[in-house]
Design a protein around this ligand. Structure first.
Ligand code: HEC
Length: 385
């Protein structure tokens, strides 16, 4: 769970400059630890009034109690009052899939949906759909970084990157939903203790990469050519990532080629597509076992739901289609990194976020073990119809 924390610090009268310096340096050290442990994701400075000392922080914790423990562990807390806003994922959140860009400035924007009375619901639905498309575009352009749902009806928070305030305002002005919502832009400046975009699982540049500050795209290419797999880039420590595998969301999996489809009945009651990256597909076609390093198999699942529209046409209940997405699972071949689990690393994501704790990930390999003879992979390549 992520939280936005508005931290206001009041230094008591009569505190010596030396004491302030000392506490600030301990705060910086603690911020580094919290970032390394995946609790502190970002820190920014909002615009300040004279004499004001305020910081905006993006934190990750299991729940409100966990967050309070984190905040209380920070030395400056003695002089600070913290205003906490819980954030939940927004359906238009680009998450880890967005294009990463450097430069420019960051902006937080609050949106409150205020649909004018009497607006036909089709008009709202249509604007919502265009808004989702625009969000995807802005993410591809590297302008929309994150989008969260705020508590309260129709409220959302976006993190954007733009050259300056004028460009940011133009972006907001052009949003399809603009006439149906009120917006407030907060320009952000760098905070000295900001862990940067490398923190946490919402972004994925390795913290201690020897490749330093290369843009994300170049880093991916480098990772592919050096190690043969995108997933081999080490991940910033995060408590949600099983120490066992530490796999980040493989880029572009939605575009991979089809291996087969399946339907699970029973409790799962889902429809699934099994896709492979180029390395996996090549091995499948060649009937080659074991799969070479760099092969990735993705299993995408959706709720198995009847289609009213389709059934209307057939005149009876016979059509079932993909409903809400369930999650995506991956098997990633790296014979050295994942030697103890048949050379496969296992991962599960939902909405671009890690969605399996360590205990769940421990169950993956043992259940795939019965098909050891097929390199632990159940799904066979479906013939071309
Ligand atoms: C209860 C046994 C079981 C567990 C636990 C399990 N799997 Fe599987 N998995 C299967 C079976 C059976 C299939 C093939 C049938 C299907 O697609 O439903 C499969 C298919 C897959 C596939 C597609 C490739 C293949 O082997 O066919 C992936 C990827 C995958 N699982 C990943 C995972 C991950 C990640 C976990 C742990 C979070 C996991 N599985 C846990 C049984 C299991």
């Amino acid at each position: 769970m992520q939280y936005l924390v508005n931290m206001t610090t009041h230094v008591p009268d009569g505190t010596s400059a030396e004491d302030v310096r000392e506490l600030r340096s301990r705060e910086a050290a603690r911020a580094r630890e919290l970032a390394a442990d995946g609790y502190l994701l970002r820190l920014w400075r909002p615009p300040l009034k004279p004499g004001e000392w305020r910081t905006l922080g993006l934190f990750e914790a299991d729940d409100d109690g966990g967050l309070e423990e984190v905040l209380a562990s920070m030395p400056l807390r003695v002089w600070r009052s913290d205003d906490v806003t819980p954030l939940t994922p927004h359906s238009n959140d680009p998450g880890a899939t967005r294009k990463r860009t450097e430069g420019g400035a960051e902006f937080l924007t609050t949106f409150v949906l205020a649909v004018p009375r009497g607006t036909p619901s089709e008009e709202v639905d249509e604007a919502m759909a265009r808004e989702a498309n625009r969000a995807r575009q802005l993410a591809e352009e590297g302008r929309l970084v994150r989008l969260w749902t705020l508590p309260g009806p129709g409220r959302a928070l976006g993190l954007y990157r733009a050259h300056d305030l004028a460009e940011m305002e133009a972006i907001i002005e052009a949003l399809p939903l603009k006439s149906m919502m009120t917006t407030e832009i907060t320009p952000l400046t760098a905070h000295p203790n900001d862990p940067g975009e490398s923190a946490g699982h919402w972004c994925s540049r390795p913290r201690t990469s020897p490749l330093g500050m290369l843009p994300r795209a170049m880093l991916l290419i480098a990772a592919v050519s050096i190690a043969g797999t995108v997933a081999s880039a080490p991940m910033a420590a995060h408590k949600d990532l099983a120490p066992r595998f530490r796999i980040e969301l493989p880029a572009g999996y939605r575009e991979w080629k089809l291996i087969s489809v399946a339907h699970e009945a029973g409790d799962l009651n889902d429809l699934r597509a099994i896709l492979g990256n180029d390395v996996a597909i090549k091995a499948y076609r060649a009937g080659k076992h074991p799969f070479p390093d760099g092969a990735i198999i993705a299993r995408l699942a959706w709720a198995y739901v009847p289609s009213e529209v389709n059934n209307e046409v057939f005149g009876r209940e016979q059509s079932f289609v993909a409903g809400a997405p369930t999650n995506v699972q991956f098997m990633i071949k790296d014979s050295r990194r994942f030697a103890s689990t048949g050379g496969w690393g296992f991962a599960q994501f939902k909405n671009g976020q890690v969605a399996a704790d360590e205990a769940t990930l421990e169950t993956c390999f043992p259940c795939h073990e019965p098909v050891k003879a097929r390199d632990f992979v159940f799904t066979q390549l479906a013939p071309t119809p």
